[in-house]
Write a protein that binds this ligand. Structure first.
Ligand SMILES: C[S@@+](CC[C@H](N)C(=O)[O-])C[C@H]1O[C@@H](n2cnc3c(N)ncnc32)[C@H](O)[C@@H]1O
Length: 262
């Protein structure tokens, strides 16, 4: 007998194009793994919400990296699965399920955006472990949070072995200071933005680097961001480079931001 989906239905808020920054990052960073796959690479959009947009868009963007990619939208609320089914097409299905991820083949990608945010912090480790255990050996779990229209995003990327990186991504024109992103930290970090915790020190240093880079503002927010991230990289282990920074992103090794007092 099929097991009951693991988790709880929560608010279904979503928006078209809300997850574009995350989609583009996944296509860029994980594209080589998709292309290495012998079969059609399978991806899961876990908790796609009250409308199927983010799953449809994930399919489109991942297909720019590998046109064989398939996406399954997995939702714990059966009414949301029924509402999404008319949008099924070649390579796109909608499935009732939860954190058990009820797929026959292990996906190369599980993306859970704005899902764990509505759970308690003490569930995160268990849910991450469960989702990681469902990944293909070369697979990636991307779990994070953003605002309603996707201007501010923070996500954690995890492999089967554990957490790897944290990415901050923003629309630069709307940014006053990098710590504006604090309100979108994923569940594992949002309650750790307090003195004594690494993520708090990181955002403090980022704000200082941003302030010191203010002369670059006359060249545009993008140049200012690049200068600030370059300076920040002297003290914090960024794992990407200027090509990603130009997009209003920066990625940092998880170890540097991992909560101290868990
Ligand atoms: C806020 S919506 C996010 C929609 C979309 N991912 C986005 O970012 O725009 C969260 C959705 O996750 C679903 N959800 C919560 N727990 C889940 C679980 N364990 N498995 C699958 N879906 C889940 C909820 O039912 C809800 O529809």
């Amino acid at each position: 007998m099929r097991q009951r989906p693991i988790g709880t239905a929560t608010r279904g808020t979503t928006n078209p194009n809300r997850l574009r920054r995350m989609d583009r990052w996944i296509a860029a960073v994980h594209g080589p793994a998709l292309r290495r796959c012998d079969d059609a690479p399978a991806a899961v959009d876990l908790g796609y919400g009250a409308a199927p947009w983010t799953a449809v868009e994930l399919l489109t963007r991942l297909r720019t990296a590998d046109p064989r990619t398939t996406v399954a939208g997995v939702e714990i609320d059966p009414a949301r699965v029924a509402a999404a089914r008319p949008y099924e097409r070649a390579g796109l299905t909608f499935v009732h399920g939860g954190f058990e991820v009820p797929m026959e083949t292990r996906p190369l990608l599980i993306r859970a955006a704005n899902v764990l945010r509505q759970y308690d912090e003490d569930r995160v480790a268990e849910v991450w472990a469960r989702l990681r255990s469902r990944l293909a050996p070369d697979g990636l779990l991307v779990e994070g949070t953003c605002d309603e229209i996707g201007r501010r995003h923070v996500w954690v990327a995890l492999g089967p072995e554990g957490p790897r990186t944290v990415t901050f991504a923003t629309r630069l024109g709307s940014l006053e200071r990098p710590s504006d992103l604090a309100e979108r930290l994923p569940k594992a970090l949002i309650h750790r933005n307090v003195p004594g915790e690494p993520v708090h020190a990181f955002l403090r240093d980022f704000d200082r680097a941003w302030a010191a880079a203010s002369p670059y503002a006359s060249l545009g927010a993008r140049q200012r961001w690049i200068a600030a991230v370059r300076a920040l990289s002297a003290d914090w282990p960024t794992t990407d480079g200027v090509r990603r920074w130009r997009q209003g992103e920066v990625t940092v090794a998880w170890e540097a931001l991992r909560p101290r007092h868990a």
